[in-house]
Design a protein around this ligand. Sequence first.
Ligand SMILES: Nc1nc2c(ncn2[C@@H]2O[C@H](COP(=O)(O)OP(=O)(O)O)[C@@H](O)[C@H]2O)c(=O)[nH]1
Ligand SMILES: [Mg+2]
Length: 311
Amino acid sequence: MAGPSWFERLKRGLARSSARLADGIQGVFTGKRRLDDDALEELEDVLIAADLGPATAAKLTAEIAKSRFDKEVSADEVRRALAEAAADILRPVAEPLTIDPNKKPYVILVAGVNGTGKTTTIGKLAKRFRDEGKSVTLCAGDTFRAAAVEQLRIWGERTGAPVVAGSTGADAAGLVFDAYSQATENGSDVLLIDTAGRLQNKADLMAELEKIHRVLSKRGADLPHRTLLVLDATVGQNALSQAQVFRDSVNVNGLIVTKLDGTAKGGVLIALAEKFGLPVHAIGVGETAEDLRAFDPDQFASSLMGLIDDA
Ligand SMILES: Nc1nc2c(ncn2[C@@H]2O[C@H](COP(=O)(O)OP(=O)(O)O)[C@@H](O)[C@H]2O)c(=O)[nH]1
Ligand SMILES: [Mg+2]
């Protein structure tokens, strides 16, 4: 395939995050330095500044200290050790999004606050499933904004996936009901459901999502098969509270983290993994269909720590 490799794109995407970390670590360990309490404290501050959060920063520094306390270390060695410790946290949550062919249509509900990348992610997923030869139906469950429906229609045309949409302001749960019926009738392998995400009115949004859940669960006890929460990495630590709110209201069982290309806050993914342990199915490092990829914990950790050799 032409163009840079995926690992190259990932590294480029994470450049702002890794620059912050690498520069910070370089600043703490210029030349060689003894890994004493002061050095560990400074390292912890660098990790917190890179959005790993206090708990994860403490855990990672403790891990580094285990075998190296009071020893002379270099910035490079610390980065490598951190990448390894971060990958240990990330590995258990890295889980590809697989479609159970015995469940047809396989229903994926996509939730998240406004602007996190839900509609774009649905488009990217539709492309992926279509490339795999699966048939896909899209449901424009964000009935609040006409532009959102139009945006989904464009992805539908691009990927050859029918889009079930209603009029602006239509009842989202009713629309989802219709979409499920249509996807069943047309024999779709996958039904992807977009939803509205209004940060300002959490109670309303959650009530609507819960209603969608209820409507679906009446059609089958295991519906929806997946409830994915889309989180925007550029909000940093705020992603943790979003995950908390959504997990408490609807049964979120997977995460997709977007916009890792436009931020120095990519470290938040490690904090999310550590705090919630929810599967991370994919990450977004750009706006095109190719920019959504399965989450590879080792590549991510190496890229984040600015390690240049291919992992
Ligand atoms: N740079 C970048 N932009 C993204 C990514 N994912 C989505 N976007 C952009 O973020 C904006 C909001 O996305 P949208 O899908 O409309 O968000 P929604 O409100 O959650 O549906 C759009 O301009 C997208 O192109 C990503 O991974 N990287
Ligand atoms: Mg949208």
